[in-house]
Design a protein around this ligand. Structure first.
Ligand SMILES: *[C@@H]1O[C@H](CO)[C@@H](O)[C@H](O)[C@H]1NC(C)=O
Ligand SMILES: *[C@@H]1O[C@H](CO)[C@@H](O)[C@H](O)[C@H]1NC(C)=O
Ligand SMILES: *[C@@H]1O[C@H](CO)[C@@H](O)[C@H](O)[C@H]1NC(C)=O
Ligand SMILES: *[C@@H]1O[C@H](CO)[C@@H](O)[C@H](O)[C@H]1NC(C)=O
Ligand SMILES: *[C@@H]1O[C@H](CO)[C@@H](O)[C@H](O)[C@H]1NC(C)=O
Ligand SMILES: *[C@@H]1O[C@H](CO)[C@@H](O)[C@H](O)[C@H]1NC(C)=O
Length: 188
C-alpha cells in the first residue's frame, strides 16, 4: 500500500524527532565517594545461629547452606543476608548515610570467593532515596576486593563503575568488622 504524501511527511517528521530525542542524552559525570560499612555477624556455626539471642543485633546472618556442612563464609553454598549501616567516617557513631542491603553466597567450590549482590541505599541529604547496585566476586583471603557497580536509581540512573573494599577493623570476639569502601561511578 502506497503511503500518501501527508503520511510520508509525518513519518519523516517522526524520524527527525526520534533522531533529535536520542541525541539529547546528557554528559556522563564521574562521582567518587568513600564510606565505611559496619557489619555485626554471628558465630559462624549453624547450631549457634539457630539461637535467637545470637542474631538479635547481627546485620549479616547466614540464612542457608549445605545441610551437614558448617554455614561459614568459606564454605561453598552458604548464603548470607545483610543489612549493614554505612557511615561517613570509620567510627560507627559518625553520620549514617545509608545501608548496604543484599545477599552474598560463597560460590567458589573451595570457599575462596563469595559472590556479592547488594544495593547501597542512600539516606543522606545529597543522595537520599538513590541507590547503587553492586555485584561481583569477593575473595575471602584477599584484603582488598573490587566489585562492579552495575546500575543505580535516582541520581545514579544508568550508573556503572566499580567499588573497592578493604576490611580495616575486625573484632573476632563480637564478630564486628568495618570495611572501607571507595566507589567510582559514571552516571548522568
Ligand atoms: C575519581 O577517582 C579516580 C580513581 O582514583 C580518579 O582517577 C578520578 O580522577 C577521580 N574523579 C574525580 C571526579 O575526582
Ligand atoms: C552523602 O554521602 C556521600 C557518600 O559518602 C558523600 O559523598 C556526600 O558528601 C554525603 N553528603 C552529605 C550531605 O553527607
Ligand atoms: C549464642 O547463644 C547461646 C545461647 O544464648 C550462647 O550460649 C552462645 O554463647 C552464643 N554464641 C555467641 C557467639 O554469642
Ligand atoms: C543488642 O544491643 C543492645 C543495645 O546495644 C544490647 O543491650 C543487647 O544486649 C544486645 N543483644 C545481644 C544479644 O547482643
Ligand atoms: C530522605 O527522604 C525521606 C523520604 O522522603 C525523608 O523522610 C527524610 O527526611 C529524608 N532525609 C534526608 C536526610 O533528607
Ligand atoms: C580508598 O581510597 C583511599 C584514598 O585514595 C586509599 O588510601 C585507600 O587505599 C582506598 N581503599 C580501597 C579499599 O580502595
Amino acid at each position: 500500500m502506497a503511503l500518501t504524501r501527508a503520511s510520508k511527511v509525518c513519518l519523516l517528521l517522526l524520524m527527525t524527532m526520534f533522531i533529535f530525542s536520542s541525541a539529547e542524552v546528557g554528559q556522563l559525570k564521574e562521582t567518587n565517594m568513600t564510606f565505611y560499612l559496619h557489619e555485626w555477624s554471628v558465630d559462624l556455626n549453624f547450631t549457634a545461629v539457630t539461637t535467637a539471642t545470637n542474631v538479635t543485633n547481627a546485620t549479616a546472618i547466614p540464612v542457608t547452606g549445605i545441610p551437614g556442612f558448617p554455614w561459614t563464609l568459606t564454605t561453598f553454598g552458604t548464603m548470607f543476608c545483610a543489612d549493614d549501616p554505612i557511615t561517613v567516617g570509620f567510627d560507627k557513631t559518625s553520620a549514617q548515610i545509608g545501608r548496604a542491603q543484599g545477599i552474598f553466597v560463597t560460590s567458589a567450590l573451595d570457599g575462596s570467593s563469595t559472590h556479592v549482590s547488594a544495593s547501597i541505599v542512600f539516606t543522606n541529604a545529597t543522595y537520599n532515596g538513590s541507590t547503587i547496585e553492586i555485584q561481583g566476586a569477593s575473595h575471602n583471603y584477599q584484603s582488598v576486593n573490587e566489585v562492579a557497580v552495575v546500575g543505580g536509581t535516582g541520581i545514579f540512573r544508568y550508573a556503572r563503575g566499580y567499588a573497592t573494599f578493604q576490611t580495616v577493623y575486625q573484632n573476632k570476639a563480637n564478630w564486628y568488622a568495618v570495611a572501607k569502601c571507595n566507589v567510582t561511578v559514571l552516571h548522568y
